[in-house]
Design a protein around this ligand. Structure first.
Ligand code: SF4
Length: 502
């Protein structure tokens, strides 16, 4: 099989040819990142009437948390990890430091596959403890601390590679999961690679240390383009968004990625995003405070926590006492343990029903990626919406989009589960039982987001207008899919031809 040359693959080749431009982009992002991260941390807190367009602190807050993070996630789902390979300031700095550092070998403890999951959990938790989305100093502590660590790791162990990104970055696990949904990737033709045709291009420096010849998907690839056209066997190509999970999901050997998905993204992250609006959290905190007062223990009610441990900005009337801090930590960690434990148990039951070996559990759990990704996006964009509203824009359509996104993600996850069951040849009653297990988890996750955006607000149920708008969006989509399926069936060939098949 020779991979076809398309406009897309030519774009991949251009990424290789103009690697200097990519480096220039990276240094521009580094500069922009440094300005937005460092300067606001040394400015006074913005006054009440300040807005994002006339105050650097609020502008930086909006760029970092309102746009940057949520839409980096979207870019990973759409285009793979191009953020890592082309734009990420941490990756660029770590790789630069690695070229000028000690060049030590990577120690074994650093290669432990659990670090990205642990780092994700700790940074998510710590971010909530010190209100990273709301203040510039905590943002500098967390993001700046992570950047300094990336540079140190690069300086010590790099050898021109991105050791930090591969083994330690707190979001590398999340990106690795979400990138499996991307519709473009650097596709490798292994047979062509082995033929090693002329011209012999220099060996590319694959910063995340990938065995390019055997690369199947885009989960580890940073989409930097440095290997494009290598041995005439690597091309930027289109693919089905379900291909990597359905066709290669069973090859995933890292149990920590699945723990990150089930305990971190579907568990802990829900706790981290919902505690600020949860009435359960208030009841929990009040019960604990009353118990302490009844027992004449008053010191935990003092707001004397240091800002780097728990939120402490008294000028803004925003300071945790020790009870607040304890409740935030236990609420978030509790969500991770309870929801993650329950979800794992249910999916182990599903895999017991399937009787398809150990890899089935991993394979079927990967089908939750769309739902997990949608949850992260919704949680992060809650800050975006809050900031936009603080700047005087009502954006009334946002509830409809949220509902649409959640429903779409559930449908996408179900489609993946269905296709995985077909690939693993699981039919009839077993298929039904596994899908029931899958549906229970989707329902619990959906319900949690429902509570955050509708149930706990002044909208007791999703508004009728939301339902009408959803119908308005969904009916044409379903019609479109049905027409394509009908055409495919009738003519036995796809109406939409993938570029890779040309
Ligand atoms: S395989 Fe490596 S060199 Fe090739 S695009 Fe991915 S990260 Fe870059």
């Amino acid at each position: 099989m020779n991979l076809p040359v398309t406009s897309l693959s030519k774009f991949g080749d251009a990424m290789r040819r103009y690697s200097g431009v990519i480096r220039g982009i990276q240094w521009c992002v580094v500069l922009f990142y440094a300005v937005l991260l460092i300067i606001p941390a040394f400015m006074t807190l913005p006054p009440d009437q300040a807005r994002a367009l006339d105050n650097l602190t609020l502008f930086a807050q909006f760029i970092f948390w309102g746009i940057w993070w949520p839409f980096v996630l979207v870019s990973v789902v759409l285009f793979g990890r191009i953020w890592c390979g082309v734009f990420c300031p941490e990756g660029a700095l770590s790789e630069w430091a690695s070229r000028h550092g000690k060049n030590k070998g990577v120690p074994n403890w650093l290669k432990w596959s659990g670090w990205p999951a642990i780092a994700f959990a700790l940074t998510t938790l710590y971010g909530q403890m010190i209100s990273v989305y709301d203040y510039a100093k905590p943002a500098l502590l967390i993001l700046g601390g992570s950047t300094v660590a990336a540079v140190i790791v690069g300086f010590l162990f790099g050898r021109g590679k991105r050791i930090w990104c591969k083994y330690l970055c707190p979001v590398s696990g999340v990106f690795s999961l979400l990138a499996r949904l991307a519709s473009i990737h650097f596709k490798v033709d292994e047979k062509r690679w082995q033929e090693n045709p002329e011209p012999h291009l220099p060996v590319p420096n694959c910063a995340p240390l990938i065995d390019i010849r055997r690369m199947h998907g885009t989960s580890a690839c940073h989409s930097c383009g440095r290997c494009s056209g290598q041995r005439d066997a690597v091309r930027l190509s289109l693919r089905s968004v379900n291909e990597e999970i359905v066709s290669y999901g069973q090859e995933e050997k890292d149990p920590w990625l699945i723990r990150l998905l089930m305990f971190g993204i579907l568990g802990l992250a829900i706790g981290a995003f919902t505690w600020t609006v949860s009435p359960w959290f208030i009841v929990y905190k009040q019960t604990l405070a009353e118990w302490l007062v009844n027992h004449e223990i008053y010191w935990p009610l003092n707001q004397n926590t240091p800002w780097w441990l728990f939120t402490h900005f008294p000028a803004n009337n925003d300071a945790f006492n020790w009870v607040d801090g304890f409740c935030v930590v236990t609420y978030i960690v509790g969500h991770g343990i309870v929801l993650g434990g329950l979800f794992s148990l249910i999916m182990h039951l599903a895999s017991y029903i399937a009787q398809k070996g150990k890899d089935f559990y991993t394979h079927i759990c990967l089908a939750f990626i769309p739902l997990g990704g949608a949850g992260l996006f919704l949680g992060l964009t809650a800050t975006t919406v809050k900031l936009i509203r603080q700047n005087g824009y009502a954006i009334l359509w946002v509830q409809n989009v949220r509902a649409l996104l959640l429903i779409g993600a559930v449908i996408w996850s179900f489609t993946l589960a269905w296709q995985i069951l077909t690939k693993r040849q699981i039919f009839s009653i077993k298929r039904f039982a596994i899908l029931v297990c899958f549906a229970i988890i989707c329902l619990i996750v959906f319900y949690n987001w429902y509570l955050m955006f509708w149930g706990w607000s002044d909208l007791p149920i999703m508004k009728l207008t939301t339902a009408i708008h959803l119908t308005f969006f969904l009916v044409p989509c379903l019609l479109f899919i049905s027409i394509i399926k009908y055409y495919n069936k009738k003519h036995n060939k796809p109406l939409i031809i993938k570029v890779t098949q040309l």
